[in-house]
Design a protein around this ligand. Structure first.
Ligand code: SOE
Length: 386
């Protein structure tokens, strides 16, 4: 017998859809004690649009004011899919009301805000998760497993890129629907909070904490029309950011992110080079993890010979994390499944009492690194992570 878990989702854009889909599908694929019920969708939308969204995704009701949603006794869990500048207030209210909370990334506009949010959920004792969905790509889970098994060994280099190209045109306005990502007041930062936050979360998960960074940011288009005011306004987000990092384990990192990399749509890659082996992943080819083995992790003996080379692992076997829940080996899953997998982990955490990660406290790390990057770009010096 499953237990119903009544969910209210706030936001009905791109992320509102990914979360709605996960809520609908999770029990089809995972055996879980809890069964989400799509109780209410909430957004600041025209009523007709909201009604259409509710009916398309099967929500029982809709709300136009998130305060009202949080006050409702028939809601157990809140999922926050709204612009970044709204996260803190919603989280604090939802925590006070005793709701479980899943919040989209980046958790907050700054580490100071994120700290307040951590305190709120910890004082209220409510389960919480930051939705860094790429941890739930099976090939990235496999990378984590290989690191934990010692197959990379002592790490030397971590190299990440996160490239897109959708803001190159000077005609793209800032502000409003989806384009709030270009408005610093709403997004907090540009590629640093939006894209590098993903790269940092993955990097720290695989390679441990970053100790210090030095960064350079650039804003290529200095002014854009603001969709809400109709006026041309200065652009204050970072369009591109490059930073160097030193990890606590002594390895060195390079990170590059841009929304001006013509032809790159969601090119999120990483490579980790260690003494025993190397790993490479590319989100535009997400079914594969590339692995180079130099030595045996248990004996340390060199295994390199004339057949040695990079191995492309098609991550679709039942042995690969999450893949036994889906089809048969060789048959792939996609972007939307990373949200289903994340929700399944969260619901399992409710069941077992072992919280899914990254919870807010762990997500705060990424926020601190983002703050340090922006500070370093501002002062032109290395900055230690607080
Ligand atoms: C930005 O274009 C964006 O939608 C990010 O906000 C998401 O987090 C990323 O996964 C895809 O790109």
């Amino acid at each position: 017998m499953t237990k119903p878990l009544n969910v209210g989702v706030i936001g009905c854009g791109f992320m509102g859809r990914t979360h709605s889909n996960a809520l609908l599908r999770v029990n089809n694929f995972f055996d879980l004690e809890y069964q989400p019920v799509l109780k209410a969708i909430c957004a600041l939308e025209e009523e007709s649009k909201l009604k259409a969204f509710a009916s398309q995704w099967g929500y029982e009701s809709y709300e136009t004011d998130w305060h009202r949603l949080i006050e409702r006794d028939d809601i157990d869990q809140i999922e926050i899919c709204t612009p970044n500048n709204t996260h803190k207030e919603i989280v604090i209210a939802a925590a006070k009301a005793g709701k479980n909370i899943i919040c989209e990334k980046p958790l907050a506009l700054s580490a100071a805000e994120a700290e307040e949010m951590c305190v709120a959920v910890e004082e209220a004792g409510v389960p919480n998760l930051v939705s860094f969905n790429y941890r739930r790509v099976p090939a990235i889970s496999l990378a984590k497993q290989l690191v934990d098994e010692g197959r990379v060994g002592k790490p030397f280099h971590y190299r990440a890129t996160y490239l897109q190209d959708w803001t190159i045109s000077t005609d793209v306005p800032q502000g409003g629907n989806t384009l709030w990502r270009l408005d610093a007041k709403v997004a907090g930062s540009g590629v640093t909070g939006d894209l590098l936050a993903h790269s940092i979360d993955t990097a720290e998960w695989l390679n441990g904490p970053i100790r210090s960074v030095v960064a350079k940011t650039e804003t290529f288009v200095k002014q854009r029309m603001h969709a809400e005011t109709g006026k041309v306004e200065p652009v204050r987000i970072d369009d591109a950011c490059m930073f160097l990092a030193v990890f606590e384990n002594g390895s060195m990192g390079t990170f590059e992110s841009s929304r001006y990399a013509r032809g790159r749509k969601n090119y999120n890659t990483f490579e980790l080079n260690g003494e025993a082996g190397s790993l490479f992943f590319d989100l535009e080819d997400p079914q594969y993890l590339d692995y180079f083995q130099y030595s045996n992790p248990s004996t340390g003996d060199k295994v390199e010979d004339h057949l040695t080379g990079w191995k492309r692992i098609h991550v679709t076997n039942f042995e690969h994390q999450y893949m036994d829940r889906y089809w048969v080996p060789g048959c792939t899953i996609g972007y939307e499944h990373t949200f289903i997998n994340g929700l399944a982990d969260f619901l399992k955490g409710l069941e077992t009492g072992v919280p899914a990660q990254p919870d807010f406290r762990s997500g705060l790390r990424t926020q601190k690194v983002c703050d340090a990057i922006l500070e370093s770009a501002r002062i032109g010096q290395w900055v230690e992570i607080a």
